[in-house]
Design a protein around this ligand. Structure first.
Ligand SMILES: [Zn+2]
Length: 205
């Protein structure tokens, strides 16, 4: 009980009126695609999309500590299944400023490679989601040197997001070189840096 009282005193003393007012913090939901029973795409050597997306998301989360104006929320923090629609509804509930879903691609032909960013098909080219997608796409391609597959429109689960929402496809797990790169920590770090730079660019524009 004594400890509880002391703890309360410490907390309350930190709320003095003289304390500087904290700046507005942008809430950004980073959504590592798939998880748990849903492995996502399975690529060369059995590499699973769900592990790659979580690794990149964790890097963004850690790197974002450098930016006090950011509050990063992960839609999942471990290898667990969370229904995609519920991830978006949770972002709506906390009135997040941005929603960025991270994925990796797969295709029947191993020769296909590159990075692309998708937005829901009903968004126009004037929409904030499109603008965010372009920033993300440019930064990711510039940082990695990957083939630029551009910004694309598709029917996506993020359609119910009440904030700018995009889905990045960080590379093809069915391409030998990109499968190797995507499991490499320094390559994952480049993608995380690019995503962080792009979302900051969008939020501060
Ligand atoms: Zn996916």
């Amino acid at each position: 009980m004594v400890l509880v009282v002391l703890f309360f005193c410490v907390i309350s003393s930190s709320l003095d009126a003289d304390d500087p007012v904290l700046p507005y913090r942008f809430t950004v939901v980073i959504d590592p695609g798939h998880g748990g029973i849903d492995p996502g795409a399975i690529g060369i050597g059995g590499i699973q999309e769900k592990g790659i997306t979580l690794a990149i998301a964790h890097m963004i989360y850690i790197k974002a500590f450098e930016y006090p104006e950011l509050r990063i929320i992960l839609s999942r923090q471990r290898d667990e299944y969370v229904d995609p629609s519920n991830r978006v509804l949770a972002a709506n509930k906390i009135a997040a400023d941005l929603y960025i879903s991270i994925h990796a691609n797969a295709y029947t032909s191993s020769s296909i490679s590159g990075i692309e960013t998708l937005i829901h098909e009903t968004n126009g080219m004037e929409s904030p989601s499109y603008e965010l997608a372009e920033m993300l796409q440019k930064k990711m391609v510039a940082k990695t040197g990957a083939r630029d597959r551009g910004v694309k429109f598709a029917p996506l689960f993020i359609r119910r997001a009440q904030m700018p929402a995009v889905l990045v496809e960080a590379g093809f797990l069915t391409n030998q070189e990109e499968a190797r790169l995507l499991r490499n920590l320094s390559y994952q770090s480049k993608i995380a840096d690019a995503i962080l730079e792009a979302l900051l660019q969008f939020l501060h524009k």
